[in-house]
Ligand binder design. Sequence first.
Ligand code: NAD
Length: 313
Amino acid sequence: MRLDRIGVDESVAAVFPPGRLVDRLGDATDESGVDVTAVDGSPEGMADCDAVVTLEHHEAYLDLSWVHSIQAGVDRFPRDRLREAGVALTNSTGIHGDAVGETVAGFVLALARRIHEYAASQTANEWNRPDWDEAWTVAGERACVIGLGGLGRGIVGRLTGLGLDVDGVRRDPLPEPGVDRVYPTGDLREAVGDARFVVLAVPLTDATRGLVGRDELAAMDDDAYLINVARGGVVDQSALVAALRDDEIAGAALDVFETEPLPADSPLWDFEDVIVSPHCAAYTRDYYRHVATVLEESVRRVGDGEDPVNRVV
Ligand code: NAD
């Protein structure tokens, strides 16, 4: 792969200022002779680029050698068309375990310690204490983490640190440090059965679309919470709304949704024990630095005639 110029697409502005990555990566790749520049996805802007770093897909990227997603998920990209066009697609898997792990720990603590309720009361200047039996502590509770990749491992580390016992689910049920029992995906309903928190950390693929539906929600305890930091499509959202409405589960913390932004008339906004966050579980002011580190290594590898890291197409 020839690599003279890398574009940083303006769509990354949803996560960090593009100029930060242009400067950081430009400094790091200076010696290798690779130029880094801001682009806007237009064919004219891309004309001199061999590669792009982006949040979103644009048609002009089918003419490049390499597209790098600043997210771990690549469900925004037309993988088959990129493959046919001979374009390499890489992702940022591996950089989100700390940030998302801490966000999930925050959700777990908020739901048990009722912090989301105090924050809601504060907006109305109201001094509302919980009932005597509403608040509880998480040590000794069980979580089930579905997907034990970069995200899942970060979540396991934070939850075991809080004293939770953790089970896991993945396609290949190999043992995982910190995880008591690893179930294969086919045993998902059994795996979630005794968990107080079920945490989703799988990519959205044909195999995981609708992975958690009516039957999986019914298999959860009625005092259990669903935490989704994966992708909205992994959960059947209408089945989730029904399970919350019928008190089949206690609540949820949701960072991702079938439609984003979550429409204003979604019933998910209004459940007392549902925390809604705007797909920002991985946000950190260091995000661009972490992406730059992955890209530096890729540029080095491409210079050595190898594949860039985290190649998915
Ligand atoms: P990863 O590739 O490191 O790990 C994914 C894990 O899921 C792997 O262990 C894989 O074996 C497992 N998996 C895949 N299909 C499965 C199935 N059918 N059943 C069980 N396990 C399965 O990726 P990651 O960095 O851990 O990220 C995972 C996903 O989380 C991403 O694809 C992305 O969609 C999402 N994500 C969301 C945010 C956010 O801000 N909310 C941030 C980062 C990643």
